[in-house]
Ligand binder design. Sequence first.
Ligand code: HEC
Length: 467
Amino acid sequence: MPNLSNQRRLPAPAAALAGLAVLLLAGPGTGAAAAADDVTYNRDVAPLMQRSCETCHRPGSIAPMSLQTYEEVRPWARNIRDKITRPDNDPDRMPPWFIEKDIGVQNFKEDISLSPEEVATIAAWVDGGAERGDPADLPPPIEWPDGKDWSFGEPDLVISSPDHVLEAVAADWYGLLDPSPTGLTADRWIKAVEVREVLLDEAIVERKSGDLNLFVVHHAVISARERSEVIQTQSRPGGDRGPADLFSVVHEVGQNATHYPEVLGVRLPAGSSLNWDLHLHSIGVEVPFRIDVAFKFHPEGWEPKYSGRGGMISYLTFDIDIPPEEPNAKMEGMQLVTKPGILMTFEPHLHSSGKRMCIEAIYPTGLSEMLNCAGYNHNWVKVYVYDEDHAPLLPANTILRVTAWYDNTLNNPRVTDPRNWKGYGNRSTDDMFLNLSRFVPITEEQYEEELARRQGLERSRVTQDND
Ligand code: HEC
């Protein structure tokens, strides 16, 4: 059921769509553009559903309904149109991916979002009567073998945490679970990692739009330990995360997979175990669950160009001030990056009232560049992984300016009571101001080398454009 606040927002996407339609009629080269009555499910819509929706919208995954066949998609047509035509940064947009497409870097790994042309195609299909089309156009169904539903296909290794039961009604829970041995007999370099919370009884949880009830694991610092002892893993002062290339990931609520850049070496050692350091959020029913972590490894013998998992480049302040009923509270922070390096990811981390974050680079020359802006929904804390050729390359002494906006009104269903002032807090219902981008420091020599490589790429792009 769409809630009131969603209905109130409807005019804006409708306006955005009208703009798109004009663009499509006018613009050549928009490939997917087609007159409304031309667009069919079998030819135009099914491939998009397969690519951008099915990972979650199929039996056994996390979404409330399956969208794998015409019969399943057709009854949802209007609702789908509503969800996909919202502005890029709308927290209720589907699929959950909130990068603003009109500013900053647009080249990400595993980008599941729909392009403006694809959005227009689906909208035109709905408006044209949601026709099925020619059976011969239908792409073959994707095979989703049971239990092998990882976004990167078959993993090389899956490690489970111990089972844990979260109380129905309780304060947010912070703590450690017993470590899980990896069983590895040789060191392996990690190519990608994906974390899932696994409900041991799917039937008891109803995933509802809007509030904070979608997932119970709000964050999990999952890190490899060379020995089996449990070491402090939170990045509190004095916290030890081990050698720079040792695996460690901060999984956050509703997160997608992390694909490491091809040049980076992140190690899962022989004889290691995984350490689980959790923040859980009760959702009104008792939830037995565990966490599964899937790894994709580089082939044996592969050697990284740069070593290290990439440090967090976080700007954290406790000084958050969000007035009651404030739709657009703003926070801003600056951080000086003293070494040259590559910004691997953009990962806004706010809490319940967060709605948007931007990250901007101010270079030593004084020139500034907006790297990215994204919407925010504390049910879906996404990590946006840049592709190798577009990951921001930062010279030493770049300043990163991070800005975030908060909506503490009834329009934000994740806020408990907007009559309250809100400030910093660890609970999901409080607020934070944190960018968890990973930054890989490199030497001046490596910086020059990478700069030359990028300039070469740019030159060939320009030459191609002029051809
Ligand atoms: C990462 C997982 C994920 C992906 C990918 C995804 N969805 Fe969803 N979707 C969900 C979940 C979970 C819900 C229920 C909670 C919510 O509404 O936020 C949902 C809800 C919806 C709803 C609203 C259902 C209702 O009850 O009103 C629609 C419509 C929808 N999705 C369409 C899509 C379409 C179309 C795509 C692809 C273009 C897509 N989704 C991709 C997870 C996903």
